[in-house]
Design a protein around this ligand. Structure first.
Ligand code: FAD
Ligand code: NA7
Length: 487
């Protein structure tokens, strides 16, 4: 007999979460349709299949970060004996953008082929609810609207950068959605917002030779460990990145010479100021993309611009689920989105009961010295366990490879936040230095397996690495001893 619904599952959004969920559901034998559509940015930037991570997030960000690190490495190479003749080495921005975009196009293509191979039906359109089981869409521009029905719907529409509501914001400003395909040199850039996206953009721009200024409304890296965040900001200042502290923008105007006049207000001193930039980049956070979904028709509950779900990713409507950045109160990270999407598909179509565990998700801020962490910040540990019940081990260290080019080691620092009693179970690890993500990833698995200080100190290090510093932590904050190494 004809099934009641066209599909077992319709997925709205072909980003990290949606694609992982759709592919896994097909593997579990479900009939799946996935919609993905990208609305252009105010300045007209658009991109292909795969969502934020591939097109305007993690991937292009990491490539620009690498480009910026290479600039630094070229200068270090001289100290290591390389003959680098041209001391005024400058990057070719347009060539970098082309290389980055070519890589993205190849990933878009591989993603498309993968969907075809896995037999996931894909429609390049915006989907919206007509009712809880019916999705409406325009197949191709100009064509009449079509409808499909689904037993289950997964909303994985992600988010997009916010713009401040001040004059000139959308007209003259750009966001991370535009910078990775920007067709001219950004020049002197104002980065508004001090979340990790803002700091990372400012750092790769600095590394590429532009002159970024970061406008900070309150504190840098809200939500991260305070000591590490302040250390990171100090590291950026040492590299010549300027900060406008406790400042909010009030307007952006284009001058007759084409440059942008930004007016702003320092909320501490209550004084107004202005400055001229070539580019203004808003990095003030992201909003969930619920506006085109017509969620009211399905009766799905929202909070601000996100969707509220329970531990099984279900919304208040039992057959409608949400995963990824669109979910209220969850970490906005690609691996989180992927695993949550995959586990949901297994629960829906393979009888699994395994829930996504959102605890102890490791993350990295890709600044020139990177900062990576897993588990609790020192503040959270104190709040949860009490200051008397935690021990913080810490230390500065000197990466071997920093000596020859005489790179600053002032901000190479790490700490382990642990319970004070017994074997001292580790609650959080924080590391600032080279390749932080690579260092912390393995420790994240250890932490999830109940890592203790005792185990850590009984682990033999790999010499000479920076990660081995975690096996040598001996100084506690409580001892008051100097955490700087002698040599
Ligand atoms: P998305 O990837 O945003 O996918 C949603 C898709 O749905 C989009 O293509 C959207 O256009 C489409 N869509 C929206 N509405 C509809 C509709 N009605 N119908 C059809 N399609 C629709 N994470 C990390 O883990 N590491 C990093 O280093 C990292 N760096 C980042 C750097 C930047 C600059 C940014 C912005 C983000 C970064 N992230 C990083 C976060 C990561 O990109 C996101 O967490 C991840 O992409 C979320 O995946 P998602 O599937 O929820 O949403
Ligand atoms: P975040 O982490 O939400 O940070 C936003 C930053 O922008 C933060 O420093 C805010 O300051 C600041 N902000 C917010 N609104 C304004 C206005 N109106 N004016 C000036 N400054 C403002 O966003 P990100 O973009 O870095 O990252 C968001 C997620 O996207 C992230 O989790 C990634 O997964 C991808 P505040 O601390 O609120 O004072």
């Amino acid at each position: 007999s004809k099934p009641r619904f066209d599909y077992d599952l319709v997925v709205l959004g072909g980003g990290s979460a949606g694609l992982a969920c759709a592919k896994e559901a097909v593997d579990c034998g479900a009939r799946v349709l996935c919609f993905d559509y990208v609305k252009p940015t105010p300045v007209g930037t658009k991109w292909g299949l795969g969502g934020t991570c591939v097109n305007v997030g993690c991937i292009p960000k990491k490539l620009m970060h690498q480009a910026s690190l290479l600039g630094e490495a070229v200068h270090e190479a001289v100290a290591y004996g390389w003959n680098v003749n041209d001391k005024n080495i400058r990057p070719d921005w347009c060539k970098l953008v082309r290389s980055v975009q070519n890589h993205i196009k190849s990933v878009n293509w591989v993603t498309r082929v993968d969907l075809r191979d896995k037999k996931v039906e894909y429609v390049n359109s915006m989907g919206a609810f007509v009712d809880g089981h019916t999705i409406e869409y325009v197949p191709k521009s100009g064509q009449a609207k079509s409808r499909v029905t689904a037993k289950n719907v997964v909303v994985a529409v992600g988010g997009r950068p916010r713009y401040p509501s001040i004059p000139g914001a959308t007209e003259f400003g750009i966001t991370s959605d535009d910078i990775f395909s920007y067709d001219r040199e950004p020049g002197r850039t104002l980065v508004v917002g001090a979340g990790y996206v803002g700091l990372e953009c400012a750092c790769f721009l600095k590394g590429l030779g532009y002159d970024p200024t970061v406008m900070v409304r309150s504190i840098v890296l809200r939500g991260f460990d305070r000591q590490m965040s302040e250390l990171l900001a100090a590291m950026m200042s040492e590299r010549g990145i300027s900060f406008l502290e406790t400042t909010i923008p009030s307007s952006v105007e284009r001058q007759s010479d084409g440059r942008l006049l930004v007016r702003f207000r320092n909320t501490t001193t209550q004084t107004d100021g202005s400055d001229v930039f070539d580019t203004v980049l808003w990095a003030i956070g992201r909003r969930g993309l619920i506006e085109d979904l017509n969620l009211e028709a399905a009766g799905v509950k929202t909070q601000n611009d996100k969707i509220v779900v329970d531990r099984s990713e279900a919304t208040n409507v039992p057959h409608i689920f949400a995963v990824g950045d669109i979910v209220y109160g969850r970490p906005e990270l690609t691996p989180v989105a992927i695993l949550a999407g995959r586990l949901l598909a297994r629960r829906l179509f393979a009888g699994s009961t395994q829930l996504m565990d959102y605890a102890d998700v490791a993350t990295t801020v890709f600044t020139p010295l990177e900062y990576a962490c897993v588990g609790m910040s020192e503040e959270t540990a104190i709040e949860k366990h009490g200051a008397d019940n935690i021990e913080v081990f810490h230390g500065y260290y000197k990466p071997t490879e920093f000596f020859i080019p005489q790179k600053s080691v002032r901000f190479c620092y790490l700490k382990a936040v642990a319970e004070i009693a017994g074997d001292q179970k580790i609650l959080g690890l924080h590391y600032m230095g080279p390749v932080a993500g690579e260092v912390i990833q393995g420790f994240a698995a250890a932490l999830k397996s109940g890592l203790t200080v005792k185990t850590l100190l009984n682990t033999v290090g790999i010499h000479p690495t920076t990660a081995e510093e975690f096996t040598r932590l001996s100084i506690t904050k409580r001892s008051g001893r100097d955490p700087t190494p002698a040599s």
